[in-house]
Ligand binder design. Structure first.
Ligand code: NAD
Length: 502
């Protein structure tokens, strides 16, 4: 097994070792590839929460006064630090999260790309100007910082999702309080160390803040806290629903990036070389633990046998093992609960009448490894409509593009989708309002691996949020409409006459 020196990595990021004394409220971080203890870290606790929040409120106030292009310059330095420590951070991701090193490097690259995008955005926080209906009046809108942005993230993108939020929030003039998954605290602490170094060097206010928690308590506090002007939550739909309700109770703003049950449609004209490759990456990337993982393939009956043959062949070749070994394509699941959920998924699919074509077993070696599975299934089974967060792919036969689109959209989720076709009419139908109802709809591209330049997010039970590119930055600012009267009269809008002598 390729082994990374965990001691050297922890030292590199000034992180505590596993030998460090565990306090009663400490959090242990494990390597999912072999179950070994990586480190013990301190949790923030209630007192830490209050300190972090007060620091964030003060930092946000000071930071809002800094001109946006200068804020962009700080983000440039965060991007430089990420470039400099890319390999080490990627190894830490592979060790703690279990994703393969190529995907760990990709995740850090995504942060770097996000920094570049945010730097450019810092000079493009545009508002519009409108023509007033009143003469000698000027009307326009401008965008102001929100204040404090709370960011709660899932384990499967332990650092990139933070960057989507925090780097845009920073150029928009906000401070960020990050509550990462308790399954990946070391990745978060490493990023925080890099940010702290940059903030110190820049003499900037402490706009990047971190909360470490073992359970749900501090995340729930963030949701209820009126000082949090925007709460960005990435995670399961069940938790997102609770968070949204809590934030709505205080009439706060939330940005929700929740679960998905993403489908690829393969029509009768599709190029199976492309389709099969996209499906394999979409279903097996991060061991099926991406929000955008391909979970359903809706394939035209005429292509079913050949596609099935190719997929089963590819699955049999895939190397499962140590995420740090560059020849590995599938690493472990995050923990034992994930393995149990995978096992329950396979059992339910078989109980419903599904035919297991390949994989489906839990491996007996140390670590949380399973054999990715393909199941011949029907779309209307409960288990097929459920997001099992692991490598189970349902192959579903359809007879037409209309049926495929209808079945795809029957999902409660609406995150990502892809169509493989060589027929223009099918592509256009799929991208029209009668087509895919997802936030992301691709043609001849799979469901996972989005570029940061577009707005990322989904509809329905995926929560409706949008992050990263396009105009997602607007979520991190408040819009103000301004009208300036430079005449010597006081005309009212809509021509209303309201004359009264003062
Ligand atoms: P999760 O919902 O269990 O946890 C997400 C985060 O919420 C963690 O930080 C967790 O500690 C915190 N949390 C849990 N209960 C909470 C509560 N009651 N109040 C406040 N915070 C709470 O999700 P997970 O298992 O870490 O991640 C997998 C899920 O995330 C999948 O459903 C996946 O589709 C989704 N996800 C979505 C996106 C997206 O962009 N749409 C991206 C990544 C993951």
């Amino acid at each position: 097994m390729a082994r990374s020196n965990i001691g050297a990595l922890l030292k590199h990021f000034d992180l505590p070792s596993s030998e460090a004394g565990a306090s009663a409220d400490g959090l242990e971080s494990y390597n999912p590839a072999d179950g070994s203890l990586l480190s013990r870290v301190h949790t923030s606790g209630a007192a830490g929460y209050n300190t972090v929040m007060s620091q964030a409120v003060a930092a946000a106030r000071a930071w809002a006064d800094v001109p946006a292009p200068q804020r962009g310059d700080l983000v440039r330095q965060v991007g430089d630090a990420l470039r400099q420590h890319k390999r080490e951070l990627a190894e830490l991701i592979a060790l703690e999260n279990g994703k393969i090193i190529a995907e760990g490097l990709g995740e850090v690259q995504e942060m770097i790309d996000m920094a570049d995008l945010a730097i450019g955005q810092s000079r493009m926080l545009y508002g519009r100007s409108m023509h007033s209906e009143r003469s000698q009046h000027r009307m326009y809108e401008q965008w102001h910082p929100l204040g404090v942005v709370g960011v709660i993230t899932a384990f499967n993108f332990p650092v990139a999702v933070w960057s989507w939020n925090a780097l845009l929030a920073a150029v928009c003039g906000n401070a960020t309080v990050w509550k990462p998954s308790p399954k990946t605290p070391l990745c978060a602490l490493a990023v925080q160390q890099l940010c702290d170094r940059v903030l110190r060097c820049h003499g900037a206010p402490a706009i990047f803040q971190l909360l470490i928690d073992r359970g749900a308590e501090l995340g729930a506090r963030l949701a209820a806290d009126r000082r949090v002007n925007l709460l960005s939550f990435t995670g399961s739909t069940a938790v997102g629903r609770q968070i949204a309700q809590t934030v709505a109770t205080r009439l706060g703003r939330s940005l929700l990036e929740l679960g998905g049950n993403n489908a690829i449609i393969v029509d009768e004209t599709a190029d199976l070389d492309l389709a099969a490759r996209a499906i394999v990456f979409g279903a097996l990337g991060t061991a099926g633990q991406r929000c955008t993982s391909t979970r359903r393939v809706l394939v035209h009956r005429s292509q079913l046998t050949e596609l099935q043959r190719r997929l089963v062949h590819a699955y049999r070749q895939v190397r499962i093992g140590d995420p740090l070994d560059p020849t590995t394509l599938v690493g472990p699941l995050i923990d034992l609960d994930a393995v149990r959920a995978f096992e329950r998924g396979i059992a339910s699919a078989q109980a419903a009448g599904g035919q297991l074509l390949v994989g489906g077993k839990t491996l007996t070696r140390a670590g949380h490894f399973v054999e990715p599975a393909i199941v011949l299934a029907r779309n209307d089974w409960d288990i097929v409509q459920h997001e099992t967060f692991g490598p189970i792919l349902y192959l579903i036969a359809v007879d037409s593009i209309d049926e495929a689109i209808r079945l795809q959209n029957e999902s409660a989720y609406g995150l990502s989708s892809g169509l493989f076709t060589q027929r223009l009419q099918h592509a256009e139908q799929y991208l029209s309002h009668q087509g895919s109802d997802c936030g992301i709809a691709n043609v001849n591209i799979g469901t996972s691996g989005a570029e940061i330049g577009g707005a990322f997010g989904g509809e329905k039970d995926t929560g409706g949020g949008r992050e990263a590119g396009s105009d997602a930055w607007k979520t991190y600012m408040r819009r103000q409409t301004n009208t300036v009267n430079w005449s010597s009269a006081l005309p009212l809008a809509q021509g209303i006459e309201f004359d009264i002598a003062p």
